[in-house]
Design a protein around this ligand. Structure first.
Ligand code: ZN
Length: 57
C-alpha cells in the first residue's frame, strides 16, 4: 500500500475509505478538500489551506 492520502481536517488516511470525498474548495476552487467518511458523518469542519474557508457550514 503506497497511497497515503490524508483528509484535510483530521489527517486521516482515506486511501481505503470508500466513503471519502474530494472536491475543490467551494470558495477559491484552488485547493482540494478531502473528507473521510467519518468526518462527513461527524460533520467535522475543514479549513481550506489556501483561503481559510471553513466548511461544511
Ligand atoms: Zn479555498
Amino acid at each position: 500500500m503506497s497511497d497515503n492520502v490524508l483528509s484535510t481536517a483530521g489527517k486521516e488516511n482515506i486511501a481505503n475509505d470508500t466513503g471519502a470525498v474530494m472536491f475543490a474548495c467551494p470558495k477559491c476552487g484552488f485547493e482540494f478538500i478531502i473528507r473521510s467518511s467519518g468526518e462527513r458523518k461527524n460533520v467535522t469542519q475543514y479549513t481550506c489551506p489556501k483561503c481559510g474557508f471553513t466548511g461544511p457550514n
